[in-house]
Ligand binder design. Structure first.
Ligand SMILES: Cc1cc2nc3c(=O)[nH]c(=O)nc-3n(C[C@H](O)[C@H](O)[C@H](O)COP(=O)(O)OP(=O)(O)OC[C@H]3O[C@@H](n4cnc5c(N)ncnc54)[C@H](O)[C@@H]3O)c2cc1C
Length: 409
């Protein structure tokens, strides 16, 4: 079988990996490097992800792929700390004692929040898809918990779409982030970076004679006598892993529009920790970024020889031209950093970084098979109601199984 995969992110690579012995594969990737949202830069053993990443203990397919690729020795589980930056003050929110001390929630609010966290896995996402996160939290926990705790989180992640986001998304986020002990949240990472996952997939795929073409966008898709043509070349099967609206732009089917948003993430290096030892800081105060991620408060600084911090932000439509400068200037002022202390910085921008899970989203999710094409990616069922590396591996694996009629582990 002659197979084309459009997109060299984790979904496309997972699909090609599963199908690597089933025929000839051409994988088209528009960027110079593979990995999509999970791409990295640098050289040598330890690379830096363009966007911060960690995995979760429940990521069954991802962990099994890591094992298949012989990377289990790199997998490490660490305790991650969290905090909230509110009213110009950085509050640790890692331990139960921290949470009790947090002044923006009362004792009763905290108790209700803890109860909701415990119950988060028992809610039915189907029923919550039609309810906004705002209505759900206000109804369950009251307006104060919404405005002082959840609203800033929703705003920083979804901007002016925040009030349209469904409770299905919010509750799944609470559930996924609730694997925590008294000392913090348990998160996984690959020693040396997730670059090793992408590299392992690339090596395995090309070892069987399949072709990976980086710097080569799929620019046209059209019907052929038996199947579809990509960039003028006929294929028996085409798997597209790019956003449905991008696929439609090059000739693919027009599907109900899935709202997408972009990510702009500033990485910067410093000689000292300015995040109070905390890994993940959510911004309650209005800032040009919604979270500050002290990567080297999660992964030892010695691996990089410097402290690494990510400033995370999302945008709709177009990223303002001065976004990077505004992020840096704000960060320096708020976190008392002299601009001269920043050793280097890098702005990673991805216009199609993820769907916005508005109410009614589940009715927009396309099936894997569409008009003789195969579609899998961040928009597929395994990524509902939140996209993830696990969802990417599952979607790529599902679509590969559909093509060759077997079930992969
Ligand atoms: C800021 C951020 C942080 C994240 N953190 C985490 C985390 O901590 N844990 C977690 O599990 N998940 C995380 N994710 C989600 C995870 O990275 C994604 O769900 C996953 O990598 C998506 O893979 P994908 O292949 O479906 O999409 P993508 O990574 O977007 O890959 C699609 C690929 O298609 C390519 N492409 C686009 N158009 C064309 C074309 N015309 N021709 C050829 N190629 C094309 C793109 O360049 C890209 O490489 C994060 C995502 C972001 C943005």
């Amino acid at each position: 079988m002659n197979i084309c995969v459009i997109g060299g992110g984790l979904t496309g690579l997972a699909a090609a990996y599963r199908l690597r012995d089933e025929g000839t594969i051409d994988l088209y990737e528009k960027d110079a490097v593979l990995g999509g949202c999970l791409s990295s830069y640098g050289s040598g053993e330890t690379r830096i992800e363009r966007f911060y990443h960690h995995c979760f203990s429940g990521d069954r397919m991802l962990l099994s792929l890591i094992e298949d690729l012989g990377l289990t020795g790199r997998l490490e589980w660490r305790t991650a700390s969290t905090g909230y930056y509110a009213g110009g003050i950085l509050f640790p929110l890692t331990t139960p004692a921290d949470i009790l001390r947090y002044p923006h929630l009362g004792l009763l609010d905290t108790a209700r929040l803890a109860l909701l966290t415990l119950r988060s896995r028992s809610f039915n996402p189907e029923a919550l898809d039609a309810v906004t996160a705002k209505d759900f939290i206000t109804g369950q926990l009251g307006t104060r918990v919404y405005t002082s705790f959840f609203e800033p989180l929703l705003r920083s992640k979804f901007g002016d779409m925040a009030e349209s986001v469904s409770a299905a998304w919010l509750v799944s986020r609470i559930a996924i982030r609730s694997d925590r002990g008294a000392a913090g949240e348990r998160l996984g990472y690959l020693n040396g970076g997730f670059y090793h996952l992408i590299d392992g997939l690339e090596q395995s795929i090309t070892a069987t004679g399949c072709t990976i073409m980086t710097g080569t966008p799929a620019t046209s898709l059209s019907r052929a006598e038996h199947g579809w043509e990509v960039n003028g070349k006929p294929y028996d099967a085409v798997i597209s892993t790019i956003a449905p609206h991008e696929l439609a732009r090059i000739g693919g089917p027009r599907l109900p529009a899935i709202p997408y948003q972009g990510a702009a993430c500033m990485t910067l290096a410093l000689d000292r920790d300015v995040c109070g030892g905390i890994y993940w800081i959510n911004m309650k105060d209005d800032a040009p970024y919604g979270a500050v991620i002290g990567h080297t408060n999660f992964i030892p600084r010695e691996r990089y020889g410097e402290h690494l911090v990510y400033l995370a932000s999302y945008f709709r439509d177009r990223l303002p031209e001065d976004a990077g400068e505004r992020m840096l200037a704000d960060f320096c002022e708020r976190f008392s950093v002299d601009p001269g202390e920043i050793r280097w910085h890098h702005l990673g921008v991805e216009p199609a970084a993820g769907p916005v899970y508005t109410t009614g989203y589940r009715h927009l999710i396309p099936g894997y098979a569409q008009d003789g094409l195969f579609l899998a990616g961040m928009f597929s069922w395994p990524n509902y109601p939140e996209r993830s590396m696990e969802g990417a591996v599952r979607a790529g694996t599902d679509v590969a199984a559909l093509i060759n009629g077997v079930r992969f582990r």
